[in-house]
Design a protein around this ligand. Structure first.
Ligand SMILES: Nc1ncnc2c1ncn2[C@@H]1O[C@H](COP(=O)(O)OP(=O)(O)O)[C@@H](O)[C@H]1O
Ligand SMILES: N[C@@H](CCC(=O)OP(=O)(O)O)C(=O)O
Length: 266
């Protein structure tokens, strides 16, 4: 059950989900964002290379407009993402600068990652930012990405984006922050006797069956999309820890190899 390989990780991708950024009442979770900025900035100052993959554009957009329900209409969702992304980055910029950390924004679409030249270009840009000790903050370009039959520029969800960014940047570790302590043996929303799984070595069909949908009204993919992301990580021979975004300071313990959350590695 050893997590020895985590201890030498230097290049980190941290993915934070909407459920960790927005409170159930629709307000911004300032406590989590502040803790995230503090922990990631201090890690960066200690010479870790840190990349943040963030969700929350639509959730923050709803907050800006004082709405509570995600619209079903695609154009309305894209408008909300466009509004929320600015506010989200403005918040990150303010809070990270309190910890003397510069940040930047990259909004990706799937075609960028699919085509070798644009993929390399994106990797080069991220490497250039990291070499300047800047934390790149990455989201999907929700305002323009589409999922049409012959034209697919959507990633689907940010768990997948987090895994793809980890592969793209050859990161040593992906830490996925959700609103739950890790993967449970059953959907904990339904079963009281669900138990936390400490280590996953492969994604089986049986495991896919224990994963349910999103637990909060703001989350999108639920555990199914986290396991699909883990599959990308396994296929690329990489490692991932799924843990609770309510206890961001535990990232330190995870990096020290302590048993927190669910560890996905061969
Ligand atoms: N087997 C399972 N183990 C853990 N969580 C599960 C499981 N099945 C379903 N879930 C649900 O998945 C949710 C996490 O996904 P999601 O709401 O999309 O979060 P995020 O916004 O962090 O991406 C959990 O809060 C939980 O309700
Ligand atoms: N790109 C979208 C988030 C999509 C998504 O997968 O959200 P989540 O399940 O909260 O990680 C946004 O910024 O609202």
């Amino acid at each position: 059950m050893t997590r020895e390989k985590i201890k030498s990780a230097k290049r980190l991708v941290i993915k934070i989900g909407t459920s960790s950024l927005i409170l159930p009442n629709g307000q911004i979770n300032l406590k989590n964002i502040d803790e995230l900025a503090f922990v990631l900035s201090s890690l960066q100052h200690e010479d870790y290379e840190v990349i943040l993959v963030t969700s929350g554009a639509i959730g923050v957009g709803l907050n800006v407009l004082g709405q509570s329900k995600r619209p079903t209409d695609i154009a309305q969702q894209q408008a909300l993402a466009s509004i929320g992304q600015v506010e989200l980055m403005s918040l990150y910029n303010q809070i990270f600068s309190r910890y003397q950390q510069k940040v930047s924004q990259l909004l990706l679409t799937r075609d960028v990652v699919d085509f070798p030249e644009s993929r390399q270009n994106a990797t080069n840009a991220i490497n250039a930012l990291l070499s300047r000790h800047i934390i790149p903050i990455i989201n999907e370009n929700d305002a323009v990405s589409v999922a049409e039959m012959a034209h697919q520029t959507k990633f689907g969800d940010n768990d997948k984006l987090g895994a793809l960014v980890s592969v793209l940047t050859d990161a040593d570790l992906l830490i996925m922050l959700s609103d739950i302590d890790g993967l449970y043996s059953k959907n904990p929303n339904i079963f009281d006797d669900a138990e936390l799984i400490a280590r996953v070595m492969t994604i089986t069909d049986a495991l896919m069956k224990v994963a349910g949908g999103a637990g909060s009204k703001f989350g999108t993919g639920g555990m199914t999309s986290k396991l699909s992301a883990a599959k990308i990580i396994f296929d690329a021979d990489k490692q991932m820890v799924l843990t609770n975004g309510a206890r961001i300071s535990e990232i330190r313990e995870i990096l020290a190899g302590k048993e927190k959350g669910t560890y996905f590695a061969k």
